[in-house]
Design a protein around this ligand. Structure first.
Ligand code: NAP
Length: 474
């Protein structure tokens, strides 16, 4: 009987496309899905690739169809389902087999699963996959965590299905246990910020300047030819240009303003807070999604407070389109700088030695935040690997100096007009606070010492760590 090189469980949106991608690259793949009718349907729809697909109706049959040692991709709903699937697989597996969780797992779950398999002879890989349905089918960005040895055993097939950027596969081993899923989580956190900032610029144009969706789309189309060139800007242009086939209006105008979220944005924020690394633009974006879901409350509040009557107006002399483009660019730099700072901290915390330039490189194609900009990040972090933050690398410092005044003008005008720009303004405040050598935490320290005798450090080096409050000098 023909045996497969690899197996895949979960023929949903991502799994079925990934399986076709694997089959197309000349591999024979065994597939299994909890609802078995889906397996038959999938094989039936596989067309010319059906010869490379072995559809299986039971786990036992599935495991027997793969040549040992078996790499098995699990691409199902994240969470408990993965543990249940692992439990169901384990009795049929043998030494050397690798279970690869390719869903959006919390990296802490991945660490626990990796640990659980450690002394069993089996191996666990946590693999972040980005690129949505299209990426899974034709080339995603793949972020792998696990032992290096286990990665080397699946490297050939993974690099063959990954996207490429100028011939370089967007797939890499990033570190042990949860490294791959952690990096995928931060990828998604940055994606939240990127999308929110784009939406805020759209909001300024729609509500502050009365532009129509096609007009705004046209502007994004022009920006996509310049420094903002990216997949997210490209799809924003397309989305804004689309017409609703039902009512004939701009599609975006009849979509409810309530955004969903599944967890990776929130996890990015939780982990950044745990490590004490500010990721304010990502936090603002996650909070904005939560606020978006409070539709009824927002409607009630608008009845009480109304909207600001002021129109969005930039100071005389500022060129509107250039300023909006540069503002978005500056804010984007802040979001990426924060994401990379969080990854650098996690690398230290979990001992991963995350390869920052390689992460930027494997995000250049295939994934949702793909862009030319990531190539610039890769070059900057390669040239100055010890820089404390992306924004102080020479190339990015120049970009920030160029674009920050526009961000300031845009945020100021939006705030005056009452237009919400939480992610753009968080990015601006991040720059302003980060570059302020003498901040205001001296007052916080004094307050803490006043109510809690927490002490403080003096700038003159005198050894007197308490203030003269309350009943006099402490
Ligand atoms: P999906 O289309 O909803 O498919 C879910 C799959 O999980 C189905 O095959 C389903 O089987 C299976 N499943 C659900 N609960 C199960 C259980 N308890 N035991 C066994 N199988 C179970 O989901 P998807 O979009 O492909 O996403 C799969 C994973 O990839 C998720 O972790 C998701 O977060 C991640 N991901 C998604 C995207 C994206 O753009 N969609 C991108 C990157 C990563 P049945 O057919 O039997 O229900």
């Amino acid at each position: 009987m023909q045996q497969a090189e690899i197996g895949l469980i979960g023929l949903g949106v991502m799994g079925s496309n990934l399986a076709l991608n694997i089959a197309e690259k000349g591999n024979t793949i065994a597939v299994f899905n909890r609802t078995t009718a889906r397996t038959a349907e999938f094989v039936g729809e596989a067309g010319d690739l059906a010869g490379n697909v072995i559809g299986c109706n039971t786990i036992e049959e599935f495991v027997a169809a793969i040549r040992p040692p078996r790499p098995i991709i699990i691409m199902i709903k994240a969470g408990e389902a993965v543990d249940q699937q692992m439990d169901a697989l384990m009795p049929f597996l043998s030494g050397g087999d690798i279970m690869i969780d390719a869903g959006n797992a919390n990296f802490r779950d991945t660490m626990a699963r990796f640990e659980r398999l450690k002394d069993t002879g089996l191996t666990f890989i946590g693999m972040g996959v980005s690129g949505g349905e299209e990426g899974a089918r034709h080339g995603p960005s793949i972020m792998v965590g696990g032992t290096e040895e286990s990665y080397r055993r699946v490297e050939k097939v993974l690099t063959s299905i990954a996207a490429t950027y100028e011939g370089d596969p967007c797939c890499a081993w990033l570190g042990t246990d949860g490294a791959g899923h952690f990096v995928k989580t931060i990828h998604n956190g940055i994606e939240y910020a990127d999308m929110q900032m784009i939406a805020e610029i759209y909001g300024i144009l729609r509500d502050g300047l009365g532009k129509s969706a096609p007009e705004i789309g046209h502007m994004f189309g022009a920006w996509n030819k310049g420094r903002l060139n990216s997949y997210l800007i490209e799809i924003t242009e397309k989305v804004l240009a689309a017409t609703d086939p039902v009512g004939g209006k701009a599609m975006v105008d009849i979509i409810l303003d309530r955004a969903g979220q599944k967890g990776t944005g929130k996890w990015s924020v939780i982990e950044s807070q745990q490590m004490g690394i500010p990721a304010t633009a990502i936090e603002a974006a996650v909070a904005a999604r939560s606020l978006s879901s409070m539709k009824t409350e927002r409607e009630a509040a608008q009845k009480i407070f109304g909207l600001e009557a002021a129109k969005f107006a930039l100071p005389a002399g500022a060129k509107l389109e250039d300023d909006l483009e540069l503002a978005l660019f500056a804010a984007k730099i802040a979001a990426y700088a924060q994401g990379f700072a969080v990854m650098a901290a996690a690398s230290r915390e979990f001992g991963w030695k995350l390869p920052m330039p390689r992460i930027a490189q494997i995000w250049r194609a295939g994934c949702i935040i793909r862009s030319q900009f990531l190539d610039e990040i890769a070059r900057a972090v390669t040239a100055t690997p010890d820089a404390a933050n992306l924004i102080v690398t020479p190339a990015f410092a120049d970009m920030v100096k160029l674009s920050l005044p526009a961000l300031r003008r845009v945020v100021a005008a939006a705030v005056t007009a009452g237009l919400p720009v939480p992610a753009l303004s968080s990015a601006l405040s991040y720059f302003d606070a980060y570059r302020q050598a003498r901040g205001t935490a001296n007052l916080i320290q004094a307050q803490r010492d006043f109510f809690g005798a927490h002490g403080f450090e003096r700038i003159d080096g005198v050894d007197r760590p308490h203030g003269p409050w309350g009943s006099g000098a402490l």
